[in-house]
Design a protein around this ligand. Structure first.
Ligand code: NOJ
Length: 665
């Protein structure tokens, strides 16, 4: 009976053959544009992907090398099962309120033809915006606890596309993205974004990285066939697995325009639904911090004459936050254990003992009175065992004092002196922190993380993460700071992995410590970044004194951190991007538009606004003579009434920007 049903489903799925005359199992996206086909050839299993009449992936082989044997040979397809799914789910926070999750699925069961007859299945999901697939290991006699030495998943790209990537061994993913053809790549991290000659935009990444190692990609023998390279344990193994068990989803967004990469929700859809029943305590917001002052060496993390985290200083920051509507104040260096080289002595950190000049009880009481919360800080120096030993007591302490968000940090090349952040060891640790924090109603902002994979759908207390070369490089990077094009690339690369704690909003570009390093943008671009770079906890990075008497600060204090809708009127990777977002809590829209080192004029038709309505547009643009190298400060503020028929002319200076709020009248 089951066999008959499966054959029936197979017939349904296979309404389009992969190649003329082929009987390979296949599935198409709900809109019919993307097709995945699966087959077996000389005992090896492969899949192919097409979009309309274009080949996206040629035969790409699947399988594993296990500790004691290969698991990619002598395989045959034993069963194929198709199904369809459609739902719309609501996000507690995000770039839009609701997400459509609609796909056709093909489950392919595979078994060794002889010998141990071990089995796995590959489950493919085909969406209108791309594909995802994962391995499932069912319970079976001859595969119980096993060790993956290599995952052999391939992406045999149809051509040698242009790519944007960072190397696999980038420190905490904090590298500049560079472009190269696929075959010239070294081993690179995902998300890996590509542009094809026939006008497609592709991004390979993964979704729901759970108890597994992060995926990296490496070209096989200098070709455009990419092969998976999992981040290893220090002992060389990649993943300790158990059957039944599953791998993360391997994903590929397939888009016709760069902006559509950003609008894809495929990664979130491939994560499990929310596991937190009551999410009312999870609240996006904007925060400031006793932070840039450390990077500018006005303050120290350690105790001493320049200690930043004093009760008095924190109360000053709380007053400022209350006055300007920030929900949080981050304070780093509040706790015992900051050594001279804390990146090597992370096990000295206490997460429950405050320095004597930081009165946690007094500060949090004062903050509550002012309707502001302290944002906690747990720098671990990569000593995860020390941290895990204190995890419950640390979060319990914060919960007792009403601290509902914590920035965690892992500055050290290896965790516990040994394991990579992106290894199974790191993945296990980061998940433990998220789940423990949820128990204590604490939101997480994870710095030096493993690359995000959409876990915030399941654990929406995972708000934002670093894993990027952020604004702090404009404080101390020896190469002078982030180049102008950087923020026109990361929305299409790292940004596709999830929210980024980039910390835009620096207003004073002079750098007393490294005079040759500084923010390489105009001020208007700093404003626009709070719309362009999405983070549900969005920081205004500068010291509070640098915001005094700056009328343009209004854009930062008004810009929401939670949206009901996002549209991308125009974008070109590495050159410019304009994003429009609708506030989750009002009828107002906000636009951020930024450019690389080239100045440019662009038209922005306001077709995203409600038809027939009038909006007051408040425009913050590069002022007369603005130019990022020599004259970054001029900002012009303009007000005018607009409708959806209006076309704005945006004039962006070199590394400049425009930020606009549209207040519905
Ligand atoms: C690196 C983080 O990215 C930065 O924001 C923080 O100030 C330092 N670590 C200290 O924790």
């Amino acid at each position: 009976m089951k066999q008959a049903l499966n054959l029936f489903l197979l017939a349904l799925i296979c309404f389009t053959a992969c190649t003329p005359g082929s009987k390979d199992p296949s599935a198409v996206s709900p809109d019919g544009s993307i097709r995945i086909c699966v087959g077996a050839e000389e005992g090896k299993i492969y899949y192919t992907v097409n979009k309309d009449d274009k080949v996206v992936l040629n035969k790409s082989f699947l399988g594993f090398v296990l500790k004691d044997s290969e698991f990619n040979k002598d395989l045959e397809i034993t069963n194929v099962e198709g199904s369809s799914f459609s739902e719309t789910w609501t996000q507690p926070w995000g770039e839009e309120a609701t997400v459509d999750n609609k796909y056709n699925q093909l489950k392919v069961d595979v078994e060794e033809a002889a010998g141990l007859k071990r089995k796995f299945s590959v489950v493919f999901r085909v969406f209108d915006d791309g594909v995802g697939f994962r391995y499932e290991f069912p319970e079976q006699e001859n595969l119980k606890d096993f060790i993956i030495m290599d995952e052999l998943t391939e992406f045999a790209l149809a051509d040698n596309h242009k790519t944007w990537s960072i190397p696999y061994d980038s420190k905490y993913y904090e590298s500049l993205y560079t472009t190269a053809p696929v075959n010239e790549l070294d081993t690179v991290c995902t998300p890996l974004t590509m542009e094809t000659k026939d006008g497609l935009y592709l991004t390979i990444h993964e979704a729901n990285l759970t108890d597994y190692a992060a995926m990296n990609l490496t070209p096989e023998n200098k070709t455009s066939v990419l092969r998976t390279y999992l981040s290893p344990w220090s002992t060389g193994e990649k993943v300790f697995m158990k059957a039944p068990g599953v791998s993360p989803w391997r994903t590929m967004i397939i888009a016709n325009k760069p902006g559509d990469l950003i609008l894809s929700r495929l990664m979130l859809n491939l994560n499990e639904p929310c596991k937190i029943e009551d999410t009312s305590w999870i609240r996006p917001g904007r925060y400031i911090g006793i932070w840039w002052g450390m990077h500018m060496e006005k303050y120290t993390w350690c105790q001493g004459p320049k200690h930043g985290a004093t009760t008095e200083n924190t109360m000053k920051y709380i007053d400022f936050a209350a006055k300007h509507g920030f929900s949080g104040v981050l304070v780093e260096g509040w706790n015992d254990g900051w050594q001279n080289d804390w990146t090597k002595e992370g096990d000295k950190f206490s997460f429950t003992k405050a320095y004597p000049d930081f009165d946690l009880a007094k500060i949090t009481k004062y903050a509550a009175m002012k309707n502001v919360r302290l944002v906690g800080h747990h720098e671990t120096g990569g000593a995860t065992r020390n941290y895990e030993n204190q995890l419950d007591s640390a979060f319990a302490l914060y919960q007792r004092y009403g601290v509902n968000a914590v920035k965690t940090g892992y500055v050290s090349p290896l965790l516990d002196g040994k394991e990579m952040h992106s290894s199974q060891y790191g993945v296990r640790h980061f998940r433990k922190v998220i789940e423990t924090a949820a128990k204590y109603h604490v939101m997480i902002d994870n710095h030096e993380p493993v690359m995000p994979t959409g876990l915030q759908r399941t654990w929406p207390n995972l708000m934002t993460q670093e894993g990027v070369r952020g604004q702090e490089y404009d404080a101390w990077s020896q190469d002078g700071g982030n180049p102008p094009e950087h923020t026109t690339i990361i929305p299409f690369t790292r940004g596709l992995a999830g929210p980024i704690d980039f910390t835009p909003g620096t207003f004073n570009f002079s750098n007393p410590v490294f005079p040759n390093t500084r923010v390489q943008t105009t001020i208007a671009k700093q404003l626009a970044l709070s719309v362009v770079i999405y983070s549900p906890l969005q920081m205004a990075s500068d010291m509070i004194e640098n915001y005094e008497n700056r009328p343009e600060f209004e854009f930062i204090t008004s810009c929401p951190a939670n949206w009901s809708k996002t549209v991308i009127p125009d974008a070109k990777i590495g050159e410019y991007i304009t994003i429009a977002r609708k506030d989750r809590d009002s009828e107002n829209w906000y636009v951020g538009s930024i450019t690389n080192a080239d100045s440019r004029n662009m038209s922005l038709p306001l077709t995203f606004l409600d038809k027939g309505a009038t909006y007051k547009a408040k425009i913050f643009k590069d002022g007369k003579g603005a130019e990022y190298k020599t004259n970054p400060y001029p900002v012009e503020i303009q007000e005018l009434d607009v409708t959806s028929d209006t076309v704005l002319n945006l004039e962006l200076a070199t590394s400049g920007g425009t930020a606009v709020m549209f207040l519905k009248q």
